[in-house]
Design a protein. Structure first.
Length: 318
């Protein structure tokens, strides 16, 4: 038995892939939205959020705006520099006496080191912003303008204070839980979307195992015998695509996908990596029917032969 199909044109194959990606994006967006709605109901995430928000409020380095806590330097970046500097100094002083972050009571000493001494924060000329009086009091150096002092506070907040917050184990743990919960959304949503469009639909549209993109652009998948792949064969093909080309690409900067695309474009048979490994082919299915099995193909050939014999004996009488 020999069945001949044309190789899928690259243009239509690319458009089919783009169509499938668009479908994945739509479904993925819906799933991500549902994921974000469901996440706060999980106790581990809820506890992490409560811990993180509580410590952020206690630090005095965050300001509530519109029901959200934002970093104080972001909250005051559009304010007058004198107003912002006063707010920064007040917040930093409260932060460095906070027992949650400085249980040994050494916070103010650390803050003083940022102002004066060998570890003091300096400007672009290497000059500290602060000076210490004879009575031990600290004040901005003579001639320092509000803009100069604002530069000091930006460094004190971003390079020091926020970093000290990350020395609190509870804050680090809760922040990590929140971040990971958001990151896990990407592979979860991606895999579910791929299963729906890349596995469930082709198993339902079983003639040619077509995704929506292949259906629209007239493409199909064949096995090495030129017939429709069995469900288990297509399942293995999909699993290889999902695990190796998609999920492995998430941690290898897309290397498997790059290899697969290169094989598709430069290979003689136009096989991507998963097609090559599973011995399947993507073909032009617009002009030729894809047969489910050899029996269906044989019946179709017998029918064509019968029609041909009948037509030979057909005559038109005058």
């Amino acid at each position: 038995m020999e069945i001949v199909y044309n190789k899928a044109p690259y243009g239509r194959r690319m458009f089919a892939a783009l169509f499938d990606v668009a479908c994945l994006f739509v479904l993925g967006s819906i799933l991500a939205w549902l994921y974000s709605l469901a996440l706060p109901s999980f106790s581990f995430y809820k506890n992490a959020q409560e811990t993180s928000l509580s410590l952020q409020k206690e630090s005095n380095l965050f300001v509530e705006e519109g029901g959200l806590l934002i970093k104080i330097d972001k909250a005051y970046e559009d304010e007058e520099k004198d107003v912002a500097n006063a707010a920064y100094e007040k917040a930093l002083t409260k932060f460095y006496v906070c027992k949650a972050f400085f249980p040994n009571g050494d916070g103010l000493a650390l803050y003083k080191e940022q102002k004066v001494g060998d570890k003091a924060i300096v400007d672009q000329n290497g000059v500290p912003y602060w000076e210490e009086g004879n009575d031990g009091s600290l004040s901005p150096k003579e001639g320092r303008m509000a803009d100069d002092m604002n530069s000091f506070y930006v460094v004190a907040l971003n390079d020091y204070a926020y970093s000290y917050m990350n020395l609190n184990d509870d804050y680090v743990s809760s922040s990590r839980t929140i971040a990971y919960a958001g990151l896990y959304c990407i592979p979860v949503v991606l895999n579910i979307s791929l299963i729906v469009f890349g596995l469930v639909m082709p198993l339902c549209l079983r003639r040619g195992r077509k995704t929506l993109g292949k259906l629209v652009f007239g493409l199909g998948v064949l096995n090495v015998h030129g017939l429709n792949p069995k469900w288990w064969h297509y399942l293995l093909r999909f699993l290889f695509l999902l695990v190796v080309e998609v999920n492995l690409s998430l941690v290898t900067f897309g290397l498997p996908l790059i290899v697969s695309f290169s094989m598709l474009v430069f290979g003689k048979r136009g096989q991507s990596l998963h097609d090559y490994v599973m011995n399947t082919y993507v073909v032009d299915a617009k002009s030729k029917k894809i047969y489910l099995d050899s029996e269906e193909y044989s019946l179709a050939q017998e029918k064509l032969k019968k029609i041909s014999l009948e037509n030979r004996g057909f005559q038109i009488e005058n």
